[in-house]
Structures are given as structure tokens and as C-alpha cells.
Design a protein around this ligand. Sequence first.
Ligand code: GLU
Length: 420
Amino acid sequence: MKNPFENAMTQLKKAVKIIDLDESVFVLLRQPQQIHEVSIPVKMDNSSLKTFRGYRVQYNNARGPYKGGIRFHPQVDIEEVKALSFWMAIKCAVVNLPYGGGKGGVEVNPQELSESELEKLARGYVEKMYRQLGPDRDIPAPDVYTNPKIMGWMMDEYSQLAGKVAKGSFTGKAVEIGGIKARESATAKGGFILLEKMREDLGKNASEMKVAIQGFGNAGYIFANFAYEAGYQIVGISDSRGAVLSKNSELINPQELFDYKRKKGSIENFCEDYKDKNFIAGSNEDLLTMECDILVPAAIENQITEDNADGVKAEIILELANGPVTPEADDILSKKNITVVPDVLANAGGVTVSYFEWVQNLQNFVWSDEENDERLRSIMIGAYDDVLVCAEKYETNYREACFVLAVERIGEAMKGRGWV
Ligand code: GLU
């Protein structure tokens, strides 16, 4: 698998060339400001002691405190966390939030832990990282396999150690402890707002557009529901074990598939169990190259590569995952005139609503659901318009335009602070 940090740096270099960026800004953006690596001991239910590797990479804080999720995944490694933290810095600048970028990870398969082991791990992470975190320093949030419950334990642990209730130390919490109802659906919602905007600009009806979604976790499932409810044709959905594809007129109802997944753990055998539906069981590879208008990678990095990019048939790729398309694949997709709406824009709805949560926590004030929704819409559309203008100005694709916009903004902040 390609090193995601190398991919991220290739993306940075491409942008730097377009605008002839100040060399000092480039030098500072080529590496993270701080890397923290800890060993987290957990007393397991059977009384044995196990240790887990935990990371927090604080990439850049020129524009504000570090911000970004914590991932619990067996394949987490430092190169991945570095890449993800860099993308957070870019993402926050693209949507113009007053944040820098950071990311954390723990090398663990959370499905193998009991609830009490998971809680000890979450609290242990905060205990080890305590001095690095805080509402004005570094504010984590959920990411792959972490959720509001874990954020609640982490916020509580931070608060216990700080000797005060610090709700703004973590975002993506449950509503009862300062979270926002719309946070869980925010990543999907932000992407969906962009899809709707592009559809309107193309003058098409939702019912004419076929959508295939790779990944059936929080982002993929909720996005599929938004699209289904709005009348798009859902023609393919996959999870880590396999895909359900519709190659005839019958469309996939994501809720039905989700109910199945909840019972069986995966959608892998759905076609086998529901033969009457005439869906076809396939692989993730089949999904990525299937006939569709919109392809939504919503799983993990490095999914569309130089090996399969040529087979992609979609007109638009909307990246709800972080880093699903490699730079080599980007070049191939560009030549095929496929529009890629990059992760740093397409999935920025999550961190945007995290920002709303943090602002409200700091002020001890609560906005209405409508206000949260309206502000998300206006930030996503505003960022999309900025990216379009930048892409036109420099005659480049959307990813490069996002990077140009972001490094210019980060560079200005560095100048303002006297770093360069
Ligand atoms: N993990 C999410 C992301 O990759 C959200 C980060 C946040 O809310 O801080 O954008």
C-alpha cells in the first residue's frame, strides 16, 4: 500500500508549483510540528495487562488550535496519522475555520474489546496525552471506529484531570453533554449539500443520477440515506467484505441493507439471502468500476489507484473518506475528465459541525438545530464557490484548487504570526 504521507506531500508539491509559494511556508508545511507516541496499558477483563500504541500528530497550528479526529483501527500507523493530520490542516483552511490540523490514532481492533476495556483504553489515551490536549490547544473528535460515547469518556477524563468541566476539549460528543444532534450526520450532510449543488448546476433531476457508495459506516450509510430520500438511484453499496450491486432496474434501499448488516455484521451475503431481489454480489473493486454517475468512496485511503483508475466510469467522484484517491490515480482521472470533489472539501461537514459544537461549548450557549443546519449549508457552499473560483483562476482541478486556497491561507497566517 502506498504511504499516505508521501501521497499527501505529492499533493502539496503540485499546489506549491501552481502558485510559486513562498519557500519558507513550504518548508514549514513539509513536516508536522509535533508527533506524540505513547504506550497505553489496559488491564483486560481477564486481569492480564495489554499495551496499545497511541499517536497524536499536531501538524500545524498557524490558523488556530490543532483539530482532528482519533481513529481506532488495527492498521493505524504513524505515516497514516501524519497524512491525516496534514489533510486536517488543509481541510480547516479550505472551509475557513480558525483551526490548524491534527490527528490521533490507536492501533487496536475495537471489536475485540469489551465495553469496559474500550473505556479504559479511551481514558488511558487522554491520560497519556493530557498535556498536549485542551480546548485552546488540540481538540480531538471521532474518526474511523470512534464515536460519541468514546468522546464522552475522553472529555470526562480530560475534565477530571483538569479539575473543571471542559466540554470544549472534545467534539462529537452526545447531545446530553454538549454535543450537537447533527454532528453524527454532518460529514454525510456536507457531502450531500455539495452533490445537490452540483446536480442543480448540471440541470439534472436526482432520479436520473446513479450513485455507488464504497463503505457502509457512519458516513457511507447516512449519505446513502440522504441520497435515497432525495430520489437518487442507489445502484451499489459495499462494506469491507463485499458489495451489493444493482445492474438492472431494481434499486437498493440503504435502510434495508443497513438493517441486514446490523443483524449479520456485514452485507456480504445479502444477495445470497435475498435471491428474489436480483442484486449481484460483488467485490469492492467491482463497485469502484461499476456503471454510475456519482461514485462516493466513504471508507479508507488508497482505494482508487493507478491500477483501477482507468476502469472508473463515474462522472463525479465525491470523496467522503480521507485520501481514497492516490495522486497517480488523480492524473488518470483528470485525463478522463472525471471531476473529483476532494476529501478536504467533500467531507469537511464533519469538522465544520465540530467547530459549531466547540464554539457553543466555550460560550455555554446553544444554537437551534435550524441554525446549525443553515450555517453548515452556507459554509459548504461558500467553500465550494471559493474552490471553483480558484480552479478557474489557475486552470486546475478541484483538489489542486483546494490545496492552493489552503496553503495561501495558512501562509498568510504564518506571515501574520511572524513565522516566515
Ligand atoms: N474525523 C473527521 C475528519 O476527518 C472530523 C474531525 C473533527 O471533527 O475534528 O474530518
